[in-house]
Structure formats: structure tokens, C-alpha cells
Design a binder for this molecule. Structure first.
Ligand SMILES: Cc1ncc(COP(=O)(O)O)c(C=O)c1O
Length: 440
């Protein structure tokens, strides 16, 4: 028998149970309308596409790159270059879609963005005093990775406009006073998971200045940047980065499909060793990757490589229909919320929600606890599922908030789901009012 206490402390941390809990509730109520998963919609996928992408990539290797049949075979079937073999295509995509100029050698093709987070954290965090700053609420992929690597995390409050830069400066000062070194800041500047908020462009410039002055790196994670509701997109921090302060973490999970498990990191920072000759941080990432996943599946790289060559290295163009679909879903959710939580009715008056400019998520604020008991009741009695925001906070926070993910439903299901949610909340809120009246 193994004692739980004898295992790594992170394994007793409730954060690592969140996914299991959500999966379990979804399995127990398979017919429920679920606003929980941040999954892309499957209407964009067809198994036939896989062979088309693979064919397009092998044709590219043969015709554009002049590879022999033998070399193509090796490329697909063998262990490959640790940092990947589609780095040149990704570099072209970044320039076209994001205005990011990155040398192909500075790009590491990863097993999802999640591996990119591990590579960055393992490489950068070298001293016990090093601290990772994260906007709060925060994506659990990064806080979970930090926990597994025993890296200390300091939360920075988010305001309605994304990361609060005054709070950031106060946190930096407090950490320095304690003898800590703020090493890096992780953030999703565009349509964040879970809050849906985006950092305004002028604040991005100010954040880069603060990072330069305070000497920390920024880990910019950008899986949702394409999915603007208004049509306009803000520049990524990486495209504004003139001093090598930003490590860009990319994912193909939303712009292509999550089953690929392919992402990438742009690590173009210069590293100088004892010999004096500088090299790229991507080469250090390669050492870690060689011991973590060896290399990203060459077949999965070939699939996304095919998708890139078929779309002239622009996924933005390839995503136009998906961008429209997610915009319509967010619009439908906001309209349904306004309809089913009317300001004119007393029970709904203290329920509010934010209006994201895009992405997959929005947050509702309630005058009652949005906890597991309410979720259970919601799933059992009304067949509707959502995510308690509590899960995305370190310490306290989010107790009265819930996240709605709008990506995995259709507008019709959204309308029905919001109607059910209104029934759940109306019941719980009226019950509370009666309780308060009785106690009074
Ligand atoms: C903020 C954030 N980063 C990254 C990812 C995706 O990571 P991956 O590329 O490992 O699928 C997600 C997906 O939910 C996310 O919300």
C-alpha cells in the first residue's frame, strides 16, 4: 500500500482533481446541456480531412522541398528532429497571421501548448526564490504545471480590462521586499480562459515596459486570438516585443483541432554560456524536450503541415467559418442571458455577466455560491452543466461566479441551456430570499 502523503504534494492538490470532477459529472449526466468544456465544435471536422492533409504535406515535401521517397518515409515514420520539422511553416504562419517575425530555429514544435508551458517553466525557474506571476483567475494548465514543478505562483488581480497593471506593480514590489525574484508572468491577453477578458493595446505596451524595467519574461499564451467578435484583433505582445521579453506559446487545438496535440513555443531569446558564444533559448528547450516527449509525433506535425500548405500558411483564412460560428454563439448566449435574466424582475437583478469581445468564455456573477452543490442540483434537476469559477483561483476567489463556455453548443442548445440555467438560479435565489425573509 502506498501512502498518499508519500507521493508528490501536487497530487493532493484539489486543482489536479478539477478535470476529473468535470468529466465525471458530464458522464453522469450525458444528456445535460453542457457549458463546461472549452472544446471546439466538431461540425468543422471530417475524418476524410486527415488523409487530405497528409497527402498535401507529402506532396509539399516531394515537390516544394525536393525530398526523395526514402526521405519522406524517414520523415514520417522515424524519430525526428527534437524541435520538430514544420518550424519553417509555423514561422511563415506567424508572420502572416500575427505579424510575428520569428526565425524557424527559434520555434519548438511541442505536444500541445501544455508542453510549451512545461519547457518554459523548467528552463526559466532555477532558484528557490523564483516566482511565477499569473493573472487571477487563471487557466489551470499553467498553475497545475507550476505545482508539478514545485514553482511558487503569485496571483495578480484581473480587472474588467484583463490584467490590472497597478496590482502587478504592487505585487512585484511586495515580492522583491520578501527577497523573491519575479521570473516570468503568464497571461492570455486575448479572450482569456476563464474570464473572456482581453488586455487593451495601450496596456500591452505598458506591460512590456514594466517587464523590461523589472526584468521578467512574459509567457504569452494565445489559443483564442482568432476568435474576435468585433472582427478587429489587437496586436499580440510578441509582435510588439523588440527586446526579446516574450516567449510565445502557441496551440493548434482551437485553430485546427485538439486531437493533433500539436502546439509550439517561440523562444528567440539569446542565451550566453561560459564559452561566450550566444545561442537561442529554443536550443535549451530542446534539451528538456528530448527528455520529456523526445519529439512531437511527426505524423501529427505532417497533418498540421498539410493544413498549413493547403492554406498558404494562414490559419486565419482557414478559420473564417469557425470565427463566424463562435461569434454567433457568443452573441446568442448574450441575447439569451438578457432574455432569461430580465433586469425588471427582482430575482434576476443581482445576476450579472461580462460581455467578451470574443473567444469561448464568459463569466456570470451571482448573489449566491456557485459551488459544487449548486452544480450538482443544476445537472440533476435541470440537466445543465457549467464550471464553478472557484476552480480557476488560487486561495480564495470566484465563490459567487460561474464560467459559461459557448463553443461546444449550437445557438438553439444555448437558448435552451440558458433557459434551464435561469430556472436553476431563479429557484435557488427565491429559496434564499424566503430563507432571509423568515430569518428576518
Ligand atoms: C489558455 C489555454 N491555453 C492553452 C490551451 C490548449 O492547450 P493545448 O495546445 O495543450 O491543447 C487551452 C485549452 O483549453 C487554454 O484554454
Amino acid at each position: 500500500m502506498l501512502l498518499q502523503d508519500s507521493l508528490h504534494a501536487s497530487l493532493s492538490d484539489p486543482t489536479l482533481e478539477v478535470m476529473n470532477f468535470l468529466n465525471e459529472i458530464a458522464l453522469r449526466y450525458p444528456d445535460a446541456i453542457s457549458f463546461a468544456p472549452g472544446r471546439p465544435h466538431e461540425k468543422f471536422y471530417d475524418p476524410q480531412q486527415l488523409t487530405t492533409y497528409l497527402d498535401a504535406y507529402t506532396r509539399h515535401l516531394r515537390e516544394a522541398r525536393g525530398f526523395s521517397e526514402e526521405r519522406i518515409r524517414t520523415n514520417l515514420f522515424q524519430y525526428g528532429r527534437t524541435n520538430g520539422h514544420i518550424h519553417d511553416l509555423i514561422a511563415r504562419m506567424l508572420e502572416k497571421d500575427e505579424g510575428i517575425r520569428a526565425a524557424p530555429e527559434s520555434i519548438v514544435v511541442t505536444v500541445g501548448c501544455q508542453e510549451g508551458m512545461f519547457l518554459a517553466l523548467r528552463a526559466l525557474f532555477s532558484q528557490p526564490t523564483d516566482v511565477l506571476l499569473v493573472g487571477m483567475p487563471c487557466y489551470i494548465g499553467i498553475t497545475g504545471a507550476a505545482k508539478l514543478l514545485d514553482i511558487a505562483v503569485a496571483p495578480v488581480t484581473e480587472g474588467e480590462q484583463g490584467l490590472d497593471l497597478h496590482a502587478l506593480e504592487a505585487t512585484l514590489e511586495a515580492l522583491r521586499a520578501e527577497g523573491k525574484r519575479p521570473r516570468a508572468l503568464y497571461l492570455v491577453a486575448d479572450f482569456a480562459n476563464p474570464s473572456g477578458r482581453s488586455l487593451p493595446a495601450p496596456e500591452r505596451a505598458r506591460l512590456l515596459e514594466i517587464a523590461a524595467r523589472e526584468d521578467f519574461l512574459i509567457l504569452e499564451d494565445n489559443p483564442y486570438g482568432f476568435f474576435s467578435r468585433e472582427g478587429s484583433r489587437k496586436p499580440t505582445l510578441k509582435s510588439m516585443d523588440t527586446r526579446g521579453q516574450v516567449i510565445y506559446l502557441g496551440s493548434f487545438s482551437k485553430s485546427a483541432f485538439p486531437g493533433l496535440r500539436v502546439g509550439y513555443a517561440v523562444a528567440d531569446q539569446r542565451v550566453t554560456g561560459p564559452s561566450g558564444a550566444p545561442h537561442l533559448l529554443a536550443e535549451e528547450f530542446s534539451k528538456i524536450k528530448s527528455m520529456l516527449t523526445v519529439n512531437t509525433s511527426p505524423i501529427c506535425q505532417a497533418l498540421i503541415g498539410g493544413m498549413l500548405v493547403m492554406n498558404d500558411c494562414s490559419l486565419l483564412d482557414a478559420n473564417q467559418e469557425a470565427i463566424r460560428f463562435y461569434k454567433e454563439n457568443m452573441d446568442a448566449t448574450l441575447q439569451s442571458l438578457a432574455r432569461h435574466f430580465p433586469r425588471s424582475e427582482a430575482w434576476a437583478r443581482d445576476v450579472s455577466w461580462n460581455v467578451p469581445d470574443g473567444g469561448f468564455f464568459l463569466v456570470m456573477k451571482l448573489p449566491i455560491a456557485a459551488d459544487e452543490a449548486l452544480l450538482e442540483q443544476s445537472a440533476r434537476q435541470h440537466q445543465v452543466i457549467w464550471t464553478p469559477m472557484r476552480y480557476f483561483y488560487l486561495g480564495t476567489g470566484g465563490e459567487h461566479e460561474l464560467r459559461l463556455s459557448v463553443s461546444y453548443l449550437t445557438p438553439e442548445r444555448i437558448e435552451e441551456g440558458v433557459a434551464r440555467l435561469a430556472r436553476v438560479l431563479r429557484g435557488a435565489l427565491e429559496q434564499r430570499r424566503e430563507g432571509v425573509a423568515r430569518a428576518g
